[in-house]
Write a protein that binds this ligand. Structure first.
Ligand code: NDP
Length: 344
C-alpha cells in the first residue's frame, strides 16, 4: 500500500482506532482487527480498569491512549487516535457519539445507532457540525455473499423484484442483561436484531419502504417487560409494488434467513446475518463468494471510507441508520395502533 505521512509525521494509510466499551462485541472487533491491513487498534475507553489493564497487554496499547467515560473528551488532544468505535449499550450511543464528535474524532457506532430517529438526527447533525464522519457497524454491508446478491439484483438477474422475506431470531438467556432493560436497549428484539431485517429489506430490494404494518407477540411478559418486544412480525410495501414480510424474535433459534424473489429468479442467504460463514444460493446456483471475518473486512473498508472517501456499494453512514430508525419507529407505532403506517 502507498504510505504517505502528513506534517505531523502521521502515517495516513492506517486508521488508528479507539474502542469504547470492551464487552463481548468490542472484544470480537478487537480480535478481528489483528488481521486488518488498513485499521489498527490504538486506544481504549472503558469503565472497567481491569479490562483496560488486560487490553493494554493483549493489544500493546500505551497508558496515554487509555480513557474512561469521565475523561474521554481529552481524546481531542491525542494524535494517536483518528476515530472511536462506540460499542456500548444502545441507549448510550447518542451522548457518547456526540461527545466523540465534539472531540473532533471520526465515529463508528454500533447498531442500532440510537434508540429513536430524533436522537439519530442529533448525532448526524453533531458529526456534520464537527466535520467528522459518522459510520455504523453494519457489517453485512461489506460481506461478499450479500454484495454478490446486490450486484446481481442491480444487473437485473432476478428481473423485477417482487418479494423479500427476512427472518432473524435467537433465544435470549440471562433475564438481567441490558438487552432486556428498556432504559439501556431502547426496545426488544426489534432494536437488537430486527434491525437486520429492516436494513436487509432495503438493501436487498433496493428501495425505501412507503408503508409498514406490524404485530407484536408476547408469550412471556415476565421476561419481556413493557417496551421490550419479544417477537415482532412486520411487513413493508415499496414504491415499485414489491412487498416484504419479516419476523424478529428473542424466543426462537435457527432463524437467520433472507429470501429475495423476482420475476426472473431468486436469491437466498441462510445464514444471512450471523458471524459466518454466510451461505447463499440463487436460481443460478450456489454462491461461491469467499468466507471472511466480517469485522476485519468492515474495518478495512471503513478505513478507506474515513481516510480516503471511498463510497461503499451499500452505504453504512448515519443517514442510513436514521432511515432504519424511522422505519423501526413506524413498526412500533403500527404494532401499537394496529394500523398501517405511512412512511412517505
Ligand atoms: P456487552 O454487554 O457485551 O458489552 C457492552 C460494554 O459496554 C460493557 O462491557 C461495558 O464495557 C460497556 N458499558 C458501558 N456502560 C454500560 C452499562 N451501563 N451497562 C452495560 N455495559 C456498559 O454488549 P455487546 O458487546 O453485545 O453490545 C454492545 C453494542 O454492540 C450494542 O449496541 C449491540 O447492539 C452491538 N452489537 C453489534 C453486533 C454486530 O454484529 N454488529 C453484535 C453484538 C452487539 P466497559 O466495561 O469496557 O465499560
Amino acid at each position: 500500500m502507498n504510505k504517505t505521512t502528513d506534517k505531523t509525521g502521521r502515517n495516513d494509510s492506517m486508521l488508528r482506532l479507539a474502542i469504547m466499551g470492551l464487552g463481548s462485541y468490542g472484544t470480537r472487533v478487537a480480535e478481528a482487527m489483528r488481521d486488518c491491513k488498513k485499521a489498527k487498534l490504538t486506544g481504549v475507553i472503558s469503565g472497567t480498569p481491569s479490562k483496560i489493564k488486560d487490553w493494554k497487554g493483549k493489544y500493546g496499547i500505551p497508558e496515554k491512549n487509555c480513557y474512561n467515560y469521565e475523561n474521554f473528551d481529552a481524546i481531542k488532544d491525542n494524535p494517536d487516535i483518528d476515530a472511536v468505535y462506540v460499542i456500548t449499550p444502545n441507549a448510550l450511543h447518542h451522548d457518547e457519539v456526540i461527545r466523540v464528535a465534539k472531540a473532533g474524532k471520526h465515529v463508528i457506532c454500533e447498531k442500532p445507532m440510537a434508540i429513536n430517529a430524533t436522537e439519530a438526527q442529533e448525532m448526524i447533525d453533531a458529526c456534520k457540525k464537527a466535520n467528522v464522519k459518522l459510520l455504523v457497524g453494519y457489517r453485512m454491508h461489506f460481506e461478499p455473499h450479500t454484495l454478490k446478491i446486490v450486484e446481481m439484483r442491480n444487473s437485473g438477474d432476478f428481473g423485477k423484484i417482487l418479494f423479500f422475506q427476512g427472518l432473524v431470531g435467537f433465544t435470549i438467556d440471562d433475564p438481567n442483561q441490558w438487552r432486556l432493560n428498556k432504559a439501556l436497549s431502547g426496545g426488544g428484539s426489534m432494536m437488537d436484531i430486527g434491525i437486520y431485517a429492516v436494513n436487509g429489506s432495503r438493501y436487498m430490494i433496493g428501495e425505501e419502504p412507503v408503508w409498514v404494518t406490524a404485530e407484536e407477540i408476547k408469550n412471556d411478559p415476565v421476561k419481556f417487560k413493557e417496551g421490550i418486544d419479544e417477537t415482532m412480525l412486520f411487513q413493508f410495501g415499496f414504491p415499485s409494488g414489491a412487498v416484504a414480510s419479516c419476523l424478529s424474535t428473542y424466543s426462537m433459534n435457527n432463524l437467520d434467513r433472507f429470501f429475495l424473489n423476482g420475476t426472473n429468479g431468486f436469491a437466498e442467504l441462510m445464514p444471512a446475518t450471523g458471524y459466518g460463514p454466510i451461505r447463499g444460493r440463487t436460481n443460478q446456483g450456489e454462491l461461491t463468494a469467499p468466507d471472511v471475518t466480517h469485522q476485519t473486512v468492515q474495518m478495512d473498508e471503513m478505513a478507506d471510507i474515513i481516510l480516503r472517501n471511498k463510497k461503499p456499494l451499500i452505504p453504512a453512514d448515519g443517514e442510513e441508520a436514521l432511515k432504519d430508525l424511522k422505519i423501526i419507529g413506524a413498526i412500533y407505532e403500527a404494532a401499537k395502533t394496529g394500523k398501517k403506517v405511512s412512511l412517505t
